[in-house]
Design a protein around this ligand. Structure first.
Ligand SMILES: C[S@@+](CC[C@H](N)C(=O)[O-])C[C@H]1O[C@@H](n2cnc3c(N)ncnc32)[C@H](O)[C@@H]1O
Length: 379
């Protein structure tokens, strides 16, 4: 049978259920699908949307099924429920086109269930986690860390399609990351170290500043460090020196840098809009585990900063452990370091929120990734 948007979406959803990353598997399936650009867009919307709203879709379907569903049938039902509840596709078209993709033996069941789902009143959910379609722990955690109203707005925002922003040099980079690179604000004669640099988004932005500061861009992962090299070559930035190194013990001279950035590995709770499957992979202990590594990276980075130089810590997450917790640790362990003023306003009338001594941008504030940054000056 010739592929269509729904059959392609189901193939991708099966691969994602099998552990593949949505943003890697979908482009490769689309490339060999032969679909035109309109159907590619529809397939993408169906895969990303069904993956994000998986829990909400299961809730809609489960009241009409008894017993266990085969994985393949479950996927078709999720896909159908997503279209019925969360898209403008007319119900009859959503039902019939989805039933056509069901295994023959299950078409009667899929048809009956989706027709019932189509008649459900929307807006009745047992709890916010089901409505917003996130795991319970994540909703509870953000509720605790940000307060229920901000948490709910952040989670809603990350269910919307993210905006793609391109820098002047063609590099695709979220606006919040661009603001962090601007905040580092390096210039000509500066020597900068970026000790968690791959794939080089912030390092290349910093290195493009007027006067082309020298940037040492290190990452512990050799494969990912290779991406920094590819990007600096493509963007013609010979002033970036790439290094494979563990940032907790960097092979760099202490006190040698005017600015050091730790764009640390983190739980990524600020970028769930961009990674639709991430919410189902994350584990509840991630933030605490990562906070330990983040503190070690900040300690090592601090040693590299020259007297009067600046240290920046950033993460694309919003948990208290990885933001306020790391700041509290730095306050205790880096005595005498002065707090820097915050980043420039994030667009018209959107200010970064003071958060401990650092600055937080929630996804709903400016429609970007959620991001935290702390800037300190060495005495
Ligand atoms: C948030 S990403 C960095 C993104 C990058 N700064 C950019 O803007 O494109 C975090 C990076 O830290 C790296 N990393 C993890 N543990 C590390 C360690 N101990 N030392 C150095 N890098 C590490 C990961 O491989 C990953 O590439």
């Amino acid at each position: 049978m010739t592929p269509n948007a729904r059959s392609v979406a189901l193939e991708a959803l099966a691969r994602i259920d099998g552990g593949a990353y949505a943003n890697i598997v979908l482009p490769s399936i689309l490339r060999r699908s032969g679909l035109d650009s309109r159907d590619r867009r529809l397939a993408t919307e169906l895969v990303y949307g069904t993956t994000r709203m998986r829990r909400a879709c299961d809730h809609l379907v489960d009241r009409f099924v008894r017993g266990e569903l085969e994985a393949e049938v479950r996927r078709v039902l999720r896909l159908g429920a997503y279209q019925l509840a969360f898209t403008d596709i007319p119900d009859h078209a959503a039902v019939s086109a989805t039933v056509d993709e069901a295994p023959r033996r299950a078409r009667g069941l899929v048809n009956a269930v989706l027709r019932k789902v189509a008649h459900l009143p929307l807006g009745q959910w047992p709890d916010p986690a089901t409505r917003l379609s996130y795991p319970d722990w994540l909703v509870e955690r953000l509720g605790r860390d940000l307060g229920p109203a901000d948490a709910s707005a952040a989670l809603e925002q990350m269910n919307r399609r993210p905006v793609v922003t391109e820098r002047e040099d063609g590099y695709i980079q979220d606006q919040a990351s661009q603001w962090v690179a601007e905040y580092v604000g390096a210039a000509g004669a500066h020597r900068v170290a970026d000790i968690c640099a791959a794939p080089g988004g912030k390092a290349t932005a910093i290195a493009s500043a007027p006067g082309r500061p020298v940037v040492v861009a290190a990452d512990v992962d050799p494969g990912r460090a290779g991406l920094i090299g590819q990007n600096t070559r493509r963007l013609e930035l010979p002033n970036v020196v790439t290094l494979v190194a563990d940032g907790t013990a960097p092979p760099l001279r202490p006190g040698a840098f005017d600015a050091v950035l730790v764009d640390a590995p983190c739980s990524g709770l600020g970028v769930l809009g961009r990674r639709p499957d991430a919410r189902w992979r994350l584990d509840a202990d991630g933030p605490e585990r990562l906070a330990g590594l983040q503190r070690r990276l900040v300690a090592a980075a601090a040693a590299l900063v020259a007297g009067g130089g600046r240290l920046y810590y950033s993460v694309c997450t919003v948990t208290a452990a990885e933001t306020l917790g790391v700041d509290a640790w730095a306050r205790e362990n880096l005595p005498g370091w002065e707090t820097l003023a915050g980043p420039e306003p994030a667009g018209a009338n959107v200010a970064w929120r003071p958060h401990g001594r650092g600055w937080l941008l929630l996804p709903q504030d400016a429609g970007t990734d959620g991001m935290y940054v702390l800037g300190l000056r060495r005495p």
